[in-house]
Design a protein around this ligand. Sequence first.
Ligand code: CDP
Length: 243
Amino acid sequence: MTYSPTRVKLRNNHNMPSPDNIPSIIAIDGPAASGKSTIGLRLANALGYLFFDTGVMYRAVTWLALERGIDIHDESAVSALAEEAQIDVAPASKSDGRACDVLVNGQDITWETRSRKVDANVSIVAAYPAVRSALSQQQRRIGQRGDIVMVGRDIGTVVLPDADLKIYLDATAEERARRRYDEIMARGGRADYDKILESVLDRDRIDSTRDVAPLRAAEDAIVLDSDNLTADEVLERVLALVK
Ligand code: CDP
């Protein structure tokens, strides 16, 4: 996998390291649809940092396995795919609501990675230790360069345990499902709230009970409950923590 940095803008237009009082490596973890990507992207834009949504990598491997007709439960075949696949994450080439482009072997699969089929299978793929090892090595290499907002499930606990600021973004499953529903409808798609809620709960269950790098807040993470907050209000609180 390769990653083409999506550096939105450099702080003060200089490629200078972060001043000591501003965290350079910011990890945002949390359950499905808790708003990590929205907040993470906006935070990265505000700071001029690189935004890296690690979930897209697990989604890309899942899409590729489904596309090739590989049995998702065939751990060794899926793991081999994760090790060989050429996954690229690049700056958004279209303004159609995407945060970045996701390419597998050169093919743009950005929206395919958001399909219901991928949603239903990604947590199974993400539980395989060899898949995690292949992908988190790449994530760590990119994250350690600094000036980055990295979002996922295990960034503060496993990928970047030395991150300068760790945030765990939470909300009830019902609120998260409602947000995902609104997001799909806003894109002109079709959605069924009950099915989304079921999928969110299912992924949370698999993600938090797997043996390797389960979803949980790092001991030194700041937990933000976003149930009664708008995205603007969450961003305001996160910026206050940064500054
Ligand atoms: O956007 P949403 O919260 O729905 O999911 P995502 O961040 O795109 O992540 C999709 C799936 O990838 C999660 O449900 C996890 O199974 C897996 N994942 C992970 O295991 N570790 C990460 N650092 C990021 C995602």
